[in-house]
Design a protein around this ligand. Structure first.
Ligand code: 7TS
Length: 396
């Protein structure tokens, strides 16, 4: 049996999405900017896709949704755009983010630091989210932007976005949210929230890879990252990825349509898996279930390196993740586990299991059997494992 439990890394393209995209590879392949029929026959489907995106995020007509190649691009664009428009040559020099953002934010912040930008990396509590009341203390008249993710990719923990957006509005600071792990999993209503910029990526909600977007409130100016042929009103040049845009629109519409399913069936399967995982001795799951996206579990299994578990599961057809890269000489620990204050040996044992609406009961039942067996076998040969009932308390 093959079981895919790495849906926070990427998802299967929904066959219904692929069916909408296919004709635009082989029949209607014209460049939408061309003046002939090959070009113009793509327009109705592109218009429909943009409508699906506005509708799926409940964005206003006066807002912009600009198509990008992925969320990494969207995140780079907003941070570098804010640098050009609000920091360079201006009296602001400060950006606030959190310690547990995706590298697409952290690495871009590190780059901006080399240009003289001051960046505050807000610490997180034991659940892996920021204490919102502390945010106010860090905002000064020099702060140009707050960038905080909506849901964490490792833990699934949801950040208090409404509260953060209110603080930013009150203090007159721009607010960006990397919503890659939230879009398609929880309701998003951009008419109700004061969010200036929001990043998303189609391949996280059963759309194709290589296509994403940046929402821009009130179509405010943002210096482009890509200059060129003035596509997307000059905001993001480059020939439009017609099948990709059509796929992303369809995928978002389907995801929003399936939100109740996501919240009931996916959550039920996730909870069942979590119940079974928690029956094991010496395991620790980050954050409580109702504070997370419905599909994610980050679990530490004492005494077993995340990578060892991954290999073992993979041998049995199960795809999961540790959230850490396996360097050639050293096994890296999970950065989010480190940020929540877990000791090094615990941070090395992280295992991320992320489900989707395509995950089945049989797959979860199979995973539980394999996981139980793997834990027994790997702990038997572990040099670091010996039973300690108060382990949870002593390590965090
Ligand atoms: N932001 C978040 C929160 C993410 O989870 C990811 C991908 C990205 C940005 C980058 O998205 P992309 O569209 O540029 O690919 N996250 C992961 C992950 O957790 N494991 O693999 C990719």
């Amino acid at each position: 049996m093959r079981v895919y439990l790495d849906n926070n890394a990427t998802t299967i393209v929904d066959p219904k999405v692929f069916a909408q995209m296919e004709p635009y590879f082989v029949q209607m392949y014209g460049n939408p900017n061309s003046l002939h029929d090959f070009g113009s026959e793509t327009h109705p489907a592109l218009r429909k896709a943009m409508d699906q995106l506005y509708c799926g995020l409940n964005a206003d007509d006066k807002d912009d949704i600009v198509i990008t190649s992925c969320a990494t691009e969207s995140n780079n664009w907003v941070l570098k755009g804010v640098y050009y428009d609000h920091i360079l040559g201006k009296d602001k020099d400060h950006i606030i983010t959190s310690e547990v953002e995706h590298p697409a934010i952290i690495s871009t912040c590190k780059f901006l630091e080399t240009l003289g930008v001051k960046v505050t990396y807000l610490p997180v509590n034991e659940k892996g989210i920021i204490e919102t009341h502390t945010l106010k203390n860090f905002i000064t008249e020099k702060t140009a932007l707050v960038t905080i993710m909506w849901a964490n990719n490792e833990t699934g923990m949801l950040f208090p976005i409404e509260e953060i957006s209110k603080i930013c509005k009150e203090t007159g600071v721009l607010f960006h949210s990397d919503a890659v792990q939230a879009v398609g999993k929880i309701p998003i209503d951009l008419k109700k929230l004061d969010i200036d910029f929001l990043s998303f990526s189609a391949h996280k909600f059963h759309g194709p890879k290589g296509i994403g977007g940046l929402y821009i409130k009130d179509s405010q100016p943002l210096t482009p990252l890509f200059h060129g042929g003035e596509h997307m009103g000059g905001r993001r040049s480059g020939t439009l990825d017609v099948p990709g845009i059509i796929g992303m629109g369809e995928a978002l519409e389907l995801a929003v349509h399936n939100l109740d399913f996501e919240n009931n069936n996916v959550r039920k399967l996730r909870d069942k898996l979590e119940d079974e995982v928690l029956k094991l001795d010496d395991v620790f799951v980050v954050g409580s279930r109702d504070e997370r996206t419905p599909n994610t579990i980050l679990v530490s299994v004492k005494g077993i390196e995340g990578e060892a578990m991954l290999w073992d599961l993979n041998k049995n057809g199960i795809a999961a993740s540790t959230g850490s890269a396996c360097a050639s000489e050293d096994l890296e620990s999970n950065p989010v586990m480190e940020a929540i204050g877990a000791e090094a040996d615990l941070a090395h044992t992280a295992l991320r299991l992320s489900l989707s609406r395509f995950t089945t009961q049989e797959e979860i039942d199979y995973t539980v059997v394999i996981l139980n067996d793997a834990v027994k076998r790997l702990r038997a040969i572990s040099s670091t494992y010996s039973y300690a009932p108060d382990w949870h308390d002593s390590k965090l």
